[in-house]
Design a binder for this molecule. Structure first.
Ligand code: S3P
Length: 430
């Protein structure tokens, strides 16, 4: 199979684009609807490989899900209506599917096994296994209970007070899902605020959950009500267009219907700080999330910046494309306190450092970050996506301003979150 694409330096990006639906909210809508009692309706669900892994997993747990194209209907069976799966559950490349389901399955009085592709089977799972075991679930995994496959024998949970060492919405959500099944109160605290979609959605459908700063308290047992939700556009996918428009001369685009939840929009605030010509218009509320349009224009002079550890969670998935932006900024851009990037779909620090240096960038790698000295005139060459959708799309944006042509190998990775990415870019570049 040929899995590469040849990309040429492009003319300006112009016009309107609508990003694909939010991946994080799509996963959660499918899972929460499955344990609500009755029929939920999801509009604008992301049909990409990752959320489809969650959809198939919920079907294998006995939930009927109908996709009419326009909407997805989920026939929830209530908190205790899931059925023991007949086979292992394949989470594909999706960390969110595996970690959130580990939490959910910890509450179920049956046996299940979660596995995934070669990338997911290398990603750290102790971070969820530990707290879920503390709650009383039986979880067993490879490599001393640290790597998937994970076998789960759930049930008999009790509430815990858990201080998570990492700011991770996946860890937080795994414990919160298990907490719905636990006796007594569960408290989860995180060191910094990670994306908060779970805390927004669960109380809206009847869970007894309250948030005080970095602390979330849940009492289990409440039935969840079915719901209707319209999933907003994914800020993390919009990010590729934001950066592309900022660096390709004479660009001016409107990215419509983008989720701009404060725990997700760090890249927007940082781009402003760097001097980018970017603004949010038409802010509104859609299904409990703030949505807006993002207008972004080419900016001749961008200033390098330093990302503080506090800012890292709010732009965690945007670092690959942010590094491309940093190549065009004047001065040294410093990213530290971002060691989590090493345990994403690829080691994103190593992947970005190695691919951008092939394009002529002066980049230094640290255990927890990168330094990039700009501005650089990028050179087209042969690049590798490292089996990582966000690395693939970030390098494709770099190719739009690179001299000559760029060949990107492993391009099919984009289907994890953004099927149709190259069509959208072509529409904008005419
Ligand atoms: C996600 C949380 C983040 C993010 C991932 C999606 C989620 O991971 O990187 O793409 O939907 O909860 P961590 O929570 O591990 O940082």
């Amino acid at each position: 199979m040929v899995d590469s694409i040849k990309l040429l330096r492009s003319g300006p990006l112009r016009g309107e684009v609508i990003p694909p639906p939010d991946k994080s909210i799509s996963h959660r809508a499918l899972i929460f609807a499955s344990i609500a009692m009755g029929k939920s309706i999801i509009r604008n669900l992301l049909r990409a490989d990752d959320p489809l892994s969650t959809l198939n997993a919920m079907r294998s747990l006995g939930i009927e899900i109908r996709d009419s194209g326009e909407t997805v209907e989920v026939y929830g069976e209530g908190l205790y209506g899931l059925r023991e799966p007949e086979d292992v559950i394949d989470c594909g490349n999706s960390g969110t599917t595996m970690r959130l389901l580990a939490g959910l399955l910890s509450g179920q009085p049956f046996f299940s096994v979660l596995t995934g592709d070669s990338s997911l089977r290398q990603r750290p799972m102790k971070r969820i296994i530990e707290p879920l075991r503390m709650m009383g679930a039986g979880l067993y995994a490879r490599a001393g209970d640290t790597l998937a496959p994970i076998a789960v024998r759930g049930g008999g949970l009790k509430g815990i007070h858990y201080k998570s060492p990492v700011a991770s919405a996946q860890v937080k959500s795994a414990v919160l899902l298990a907490a719905l099944y636990a006796e007594g109160e569960t408290v989860v605290e995180e060191p910094r605020k990670s994306r908060d979609h779970t805390e927004r959605m669960l109380p809206a459908i009847g869970a007894d959950l309250r948030v005080e700063g970095l602390r979330i308290t849940v009492s289990g047992g409440n039935d969840l009500a079915p719901f209707e939700i319209t999933v907003p556009g994914d800020f993390s996918s919009a990010a590729f267009f934001m950066v592309a428009a900022a660096i390709v001369r004479d660009s001016e685009i409107i990215i419509k219907n983008v989720g701009i939840n404060p725990t997700r929009r760090g890249l927007f605030d940082i781009m402003k700080r760097m001097g980018a010509d970017i603004e949010i218009t038409d802010e509104r509320d859609v299904s409990g999330e703030t949505v807006g349009n993002i207008v972004c224009r080419y900016t001749e002079k961008l200033a390098a910046t330093e990302i503080t550890p506090e800012e890292v969670p709010s732009m965690i998935d945007e670092f690959p494309v942010f590094c491309v932006l940093a190549c065009r900024a004047e001065g040294t851009t410093i990213i530290r306190g971002a060691g989590e990037l090493r345990v994403k779909e690829s080691d994103r620090i190593a992947a970005i450092a190695s691919e951008l240096s092939k394009m002529g960038v002066d980049v230094t790698e640290y255990p927890d970050g990168l330094e990039i000295r700009g501005p650089v005139n990028l050179r087209g060459t042969t690049l590798e996506a490292h089996n990582d959708h966000r690395v693939a799309m970030a390098l494709s944006v770099a190719a739009l301003v690179a001299e000559g042509s760029t060949t990107l190998q492993g391009v099919s990775a984009v289907d994890i979150s953004f099927p149709g990415f190259y069509d959208r870019i072509m529409e904008l570049t005419g």
